[in-house]
Every structure is written in structure tokens, then in C-alpha cells.
Design a protein around this ligand. Structure first.
Ligand SMILES: Cc1cc2nc3c(=O)[nH]c(=O)nc-3n(C[C@H](O)[C@H](O)[C@H](O)COP(=O)(O)OP(=O)(O)OC[C@H]3O[C@@H](n4cnc5c(N)ncnc54)[C@H](O)[C@@H]3O)c2cc1C
Ligand code: FES
Length: 344
């Protein structure tokens, strides 16, 4: 089968039993990718024409992605000739994504379960990124994805918010042994998450460290002093986890119509604010969501639930944007993915 990339016109062949990403690599064509197991979304691309199927690992695809004919090239297989709108990385190579070193400039415990890192790249090696994108940190032979928690500052540094994962190899290393001055190796930036239209009303929904890319996006909006409604709903398990509220207040000072609602999901005797699941609170506060572009970020359950709330609230698929902090592929069987002209 023949795959044609747009807009470049690059063409390559693909066997029926190899992923589209693997076929491209085999022919020294470098497409954006990171985890290569369907969880991070870095290889997301649009199927302009032709038929594909995904295998069971494709957990980073939302229903909205399917409606928009998106595919994850690391776990998608061609079932006909295809035309694909994909991010071609400038370097044409069959080597894994290049990593660059970055020094831990600052390491702070932001909450009981979140560490903030500020990383500095060597001069001239800082990645150019769009607010909302993520990087991959190489640790014991595998990339771990973390969203960049700031807008570009031009000083060669980025911030990351690292949530601790039970038995997580890298995140436990961050909490227990990593120290300022240490060197990490990073790949990226990756991902499509980011502000789609800076003029439109926006509703952001974050769960836990899902606030990280949203901080970067809000920082990027702030200099233009937006006048349209901007809403932020941030859900955490308990009130001690609202680790960056002061930073949000600072950013909000530049917005004419900004409201932040914090929501606690567990029992918390200290908490006097809103309680429940953050997507339920959005549903009850803003039943008619159609005036907003909706941006959701955090664990996959939250993102899926928020996608339902957005669709029920009248948000068209093209105005719902999400970054899902996926863990492992769901056990679902491989289903054919509808794409334009799909026959499989
Ligand atoms: C696009 C993207 C952006 C992300 N951005 C952020 C971010 O900004 N901040 C952040 O804190 N996290 C973020 N994550 C999640 C983060 O990548 C994982 O928490 C991290 O890779 C875990 O690495 P580890 O080595 O500690 O865990 P591993 O050793 O790889 O995993 C150990 C065990 O924990 C499970 N596990 C892995 N991740 C999680 C998790 N998140 N929650 C619960 N269980 C898990 C695994 O299934 C495994 O059983 C993001 C994920 C994606 C896909
Ligand atoms: S590289 Fe395909 S989802 Fe991560």
C-alpha cells in the first residue's frame, strides 16, 4: 500500500502487518512520535483519505479524534492506499528521537504528591515549543511524557510538574533521589494540545497535574489581556493538592473575565469550596457550553467524562481539545477506525 503525506508529498510503502510509523521509519522518514505504544498522542495525524485499523494500544484517541478522522500512527495499520496529514520531523532518519541534556536548576515539593522541576538546556539547545506541548524524559530506556508548564520565556528553561505514581520508576526517582544539578535527557516537544483560537471564549478543565500545560497556555494568553470569558475548572483529590493557585491568581490579573473554580473529589474536612467530580461541576455550572472552546487535560477518565459533558453541552468535535495522561492501553479489541472512504 502507498502512503502519501501532506503537505510535503512524501510517499512511502506500507505492509499490512506493520504500523504506519514503523513503515515510515523503515524508509528513513521521521514522523513525530514518542511512546510508540499508543498512550501519548505524539504521533496523532489526520487520515485525509483511505482506510486504517488500530490495534488495542490506541488509548490516546478520543471519540472526538475519531470523529475528526485522527489516527495514532504508532498503532495504526493501512487497509488501503492512504493520504495522511502528519507532522514530519525535519531530520530524516531511522534513529530514535534525539534527546538533549537538561540540568535540574530547581526542584521543589509543590504538594504532598507533586514536585516542580525547572530544567535548563545548554545554550542554543532549548526546544522551541508551543504552550500545551509535552516533552519525553528518557529514563531506563523509555520516554516518560510530561507537559511543559510554562509559556516560552526565552531563557532556555522549562517548568514541569511531576505527579508521583505508585511504584512509578521515574516519578519515584524524582521524589526520592533526583537533586538540583542532576542531568536529565529530554526529547520533544511533542503533541497538538494548545490554544486553537486565542480570540474565542475558553473553558479549561484540569485534573491534578493536568493543570501543567494549561498554566503554559494561560501564560501565553495573558500578554494580550483577553476580554472574552475564560473559565478554569481544576479538580484535585484534596485541598492540599491545589499547588499552583497563587500562580493562577497572578496570571488571572491580566484577564478581563476570568473565573477559576477549584473542586475537591475526596472527603476533606478542611475544604469549604466545591466538592464532587470536576466534570459534574462543569455540567451543572455551564449546561450550555456551545459558546466555549473546551480544553481538558489530566487522567483519561476525566478527559473521557469531560468529552461527554462537552458533547452534551453542544460543543462540536472541532472545538474540543484534550491531552490525556494515559497509562496503559485498554484491553479493548482492535476495531476498525472510520476514516474518509474507509472500507475496513
Ligand atoms: C501526553 C502526556 C503528558 C503527561 N504530562 C504529565 C504531567 O505534566 N505531569 C504528570 O505528573 N504526569 C504527566 N503524564 C503522566 C506521566 O507520563 C506518567 O505519570 C509517568 O510516565 C509515570 O512514569 P513512571 O516511570 O513513574 O511510572 P512507570 O514505572 O512507567 O509505571 C508504573 C506503574 O504505574 C502505572 N502508571 C503509570 N503512569 C501513571 C499515572 N500517571 N497514574 C497512575 N498510574 C500510572 C503504570 O501503568 C505502571 O503500572 C503525562 C502523560 C502523557 C501521556
Ligand atoms: S507515539 Fe503514538 S501515541 Fe505515543
Amino acid at each position: 500500500m502507498q502512503i502519501v503525506l501532506v503537505p510535503s508529498g512524501t510517499a512511502f510503502s506500507c505492509e499490512s502487518d506493520e504500523t504506519i510509523l514503523a513503515a515510515a521509519k523503515r524508509q528513513a522518514i521521521n514522523l513525530a512520535s514518542a511512546c510508540e505504544n499508543g498512550t501519548c498522542g505524539a504521533c496523532k495525524a489526520e487520515v485525509v483519505s483511505g482506510a486504517i485499523i488500530h490495534d488495542e494500544r490506541a488509548s490516546a484517541l478520543t471519540r472526538t479524534d475519531l470523529a475528526l478522522c485522527k489516527a495514532l500512527l504508532c498503532c495504526a495499520y493501512a487497509r488501503s492506499d492512504l493520504t495522511i496529514k502528519a507532522t514530519e520531523v525535519a531530520l530524516r532518519s531511522d534513529q530514535p528521537a534525539a534527546t538533549v541534556p537538561a540540568r535540574v536548576l530547581r526542584l521543589q515539593r509543590l504538594s504532598p504528591s507533586v514536585v516542580g522541576l525547572t530544567l535548563r538546556f545548554p545554550p542554543g539547545m532549548a526546544p522551541a515549543f508551543r504552550p500545551g506541548q509535552f516533552v519525553g524524559i528518557e529514563w531506563q530506556g523509555r520516554l516518560r511524557s510530561f507537559s511543559i508548564a510554562n509559556a516560552a520565556r526565552g531563557d532556555g528553561t522549562i517548568d514541569l510538574h511531576i505527579g508521583r505514581v505508585q511504584n512509578g520508576q521515574f516519578t519515584n526517582h524524582v521524589f526520592e533521589t533526583l537533586s538540583e544539578g542532576a542531568i536529565l535527557r529530554l526529547a520533544g516537544p511533542f503533541g497538538e494540545f494548545g490554544i486553537a483560537d486565542a480570540q474565542r471564549p475558553m473553558l479549561f478543565v484540569a485534573g491534578g497535574t493536568g493543570i501543567a500545560p494549561i498554566i503554559g497556555m494561560l501564560q501565553a494568553l495573558a500578554p494580550s489581556a483577553p476580554r472574552q470569558p475564560i473559565r478554569l475548572y481544576w479538580g484535585c483529590r484534596n485541598s492540599r493538592e491545589f499547588y499552583t493557585s497563587a500562580q493562577i491568581d497572578d496570571i488571572a490579573a491580566d484577564f478581563a473575565d476570568f473565573r477559576c473554580v477549584q473542586v475537591v473529589s475526596d472527603d476533606d474536612a478542611q475544604w469549604r469550596g466545591r466538592s464532587g467530580f470536576v466534570h459534574d461541576i462543569v455540567r451543572s455550572d455551564v449546561p450550555d457550553l456551545c459558546q466555549f472552546d473546551v480544553y481538558a487535560c489530566g487522567n483519561p477518565l476525566l478527559v473521557r467524562a469531560m468529552e461527554d459533558v462537552a458533547i452534551d453541552g453542544g460543543v462540536p468535535p472541532a472545538r474540543f481539545f484534550a491531552d490525556s495522561f494515559n497509562l496503559v492501553p485498554p484491553p479493548a479489541a482492535a476495531d476498525p477506525i472510520p476514516s474518509r472512504g474507509a472500507t475496513a
